[in-house]
Design a protein around this ligand. Structure first.
Ligand code: ADP
Ligand code: GLC
Length: 495
């Protein structure tokens, strides 16, 4: 197959800056694409948290000129580095007025008030970077609303630029809830012409919707799991864009994310106190004892420990959990939770930890090491999301023999197979209704299997631990979409 030039633009990339799974994806997929022989390059903003010295970033000569419409011309510096343990170049767009602050998108759950300008700037800088490097992409791979404007820029401002003569665009949707909705004045900064401010393109209720414009102009869209690609066509999951997405159903794909098993494997994980594997789970038991100590929970090896790691956002089912939390805690179990997000939820879990010190412990904050320790130590992992485009933590859990308890939605449904006691098959416990009672029943079921069906629990563990979601496979799925885009463009040029 032809080797491609690919430019992947994302608002966050591990290990440089991360708020969620998008960073995991944009740090790992490029390495897998490189292994397939493609010339893949990554670009992200140089946020304040990106440590130039630690990552040995080099300043490129010459600044990028970025035309910000009514705001005038601005100049961005570019730093270059490599994705760790790879040859993949990553470029950082530096403009301190926009990115030299604490926080990626905002200081708390409210976004910065100039996020429209920040990501218009970044999107334009991506285009200018390709020109500066004389890198002629076959495909630009944009991700979520932040870089969705690239899709529009490619078809307007840069439509006749020779650098982008053969460039197609893939937009990955990692989360449809966040669409980048702003005051229509952003049109003047975007500078693509007000003729694009119509309900068929960027306009929504007299404001601008970046993701909407991105969807319209992209050559293809990927929704990170097959199930989610179907769900976003319905009013329950479409966040108002379902009919638009249905119009473009022909360019919609659902390639599932992979896992970076260099980071998430219990046999080589450097962040956990004891390593283990499918043939020897002694290390897992020790990890559990260690975590109980760290979180001041009673040292009991026989009690089932349920872990939770994630953003405390409605998406993650925290409303369901809080509605039946006391009922869940009536069982003889331990729960360990790590997360940040909604203020009410942070308060709620802090209070519950004080109220139930023998059963529940929480760490309100962001900490990658604790995330690994919880994955390793827990017997089960709770992820009752209302919607979940792909979800990574349940897949990490499988590898650590930590049995997921999930709601059957999006990637959770695609990656977790329900336990069948008769055949001793399955990898987790699934429920369907987004209701506290369904969640409670399923946790009760899981706890019952833990105590009373040892053989079943063992089977679940070994089924889970032998599952693999390799990036090399996901990368092939992306490769197919890229070729599909390129062939589509070739055909339309010939007609
Ligand atoms: P989302 O992208 O919706 O947040 P994913 O499951 O795809 O959900 O990815 C979440 C990623 O962020 C995982 O790698 C998870 O371990 C990590 N993560 C989430 N919250 C925290 C936290 N409080 N501390 C450490 N890591 C976290
Ligand atoms: C989003 C989704 C999550 C997905 C991640 C990476 O943040 O909420 O389900 O795994 O992006 O694609």
């Amino acid at each position: 197959m032809k080797k491609l030039n690919i430019l992947l633009a994302a608002s966050e990339v591990v290990p440089f800056a991360k708020s969620g799974g998008l960073a995991d994806v944009s740090g790992a997929l490029p390495k897998a694409l490189k292994d397939l022989g493609h010339d893949i390059r990554v670009v992200m903003p140089r946020y304040y948290v990106v440590d130039k010295e630690k990552y040995n970033l080099k300043l490129l000569e010459g600044a990028l000129s970025v035309h910000m419409g009514s705001m005038g011309e601005m100049w961005a510096a570019v730093y270059e580095g490599k994705l760790p343990q790879s040859d993949v170049p990553i470029y950082f767009i530096e403009y301190d007025e926009f990115f030299g602050r604490k926080g990626l998108y905002g200081e708390d759950s409210d976004g910065f008030s100039d996020n429209d300008n920040r990501y218009i700037f970044f999107s334009k800088a991506v285009m200018q970077l390709a020109k500066k490097l004389d890198f002629r992409p076959d495909v630009i791979h944009a991700n979520d609303w932040h870089t969705a404007p690239i899709s529009l820029l490619l078809n307007t401002t840069y439509a006749f630029d020779p650098i982008f003569k053969n460039t197609g665009l893939l937009l990955s949707i990692h989360n449809l809830e966040h669409q980048g909705k702003f005051y229509k004045g952003a049109m003047d900064v975007l500078g693509v012409g007000w003729e694009h401010f119509t309900v068929k393109e960027l306009e929504e209720y007299d404001g601008v919707n970046f993701l909407k414009g991105g969807i319209v102009h992209a050559d293809a869209i990927n929704a990170v799991s097959k199930k989610y690609a179907q769900e976003i066509r319905t009013s329950e999951f479409g966040f108002g864009l379902q009919s638009l997405i249905n119009d473009y159903e022909y360019k919609l794909f659902g390639v599932l994310n992979g896992v970076d098993y260099d980071e998430w494997s219990p046999s080589i994980d450097k962040l956990i106190p004891f390593t283990f594997d499918i043939d020897n789970l002694e290390g897992k038991e020790k990890c559990k004892a260690e975590l109980q100590k760290e979180f001041n929970l009673p040292q009991r090896s026989e009690v089932p420990m349920i872990g939770f790691v994630g953003r405390l956002a409605e998406q993650k089912g925290i409303g369901l959990i809080s509605s039946c939390f006391e009922r869940i805690l009536e069982m003889d179990i331990q729960i360990v939770l790590l997360g940040t997000g909604e203020k009410w939820a942070e308060r709620f879990f802090k209070e519950k930890a004080e109220q139930y010190p023998l059963k529940f412990a929480s760490y309100i904050g962001y900490d990658n090491t604790i995330a690994h320790k919880i994955e390793a130590a827990s017997d089960m992992f709770l992820m009752p999301s209302l919607f979940e485009p792909c979800g990574l933590n349940q897949i990490y859990s499988l590898r650590y023999g930590t049995i997921p308890i999930v709601r059957a939605t999006g990637g959770l449904d695609d990656t977790i197979e329900n336990y069948d006691a008769y055949h001793k098959s399955g990898t987790g416990f699934k429920f369907y209704d987004a209701s506290p009672i369904a969640l409670l029943n399923t946790v009760q079921w899981a706890v019952d299997v833990y105590y009373n069906d040892k053989e079943g629990m063992q089977a679940l563990r070994s089924n889970a631990m032998s599952k693999r979601y390799e990036w090399s496979k996901a990368a092939q799925g992306y490769e197919e979409i890229y070729h599909h885009i390129i062939n589509g463009r070739l055909n339309s040029h010939h007609n």
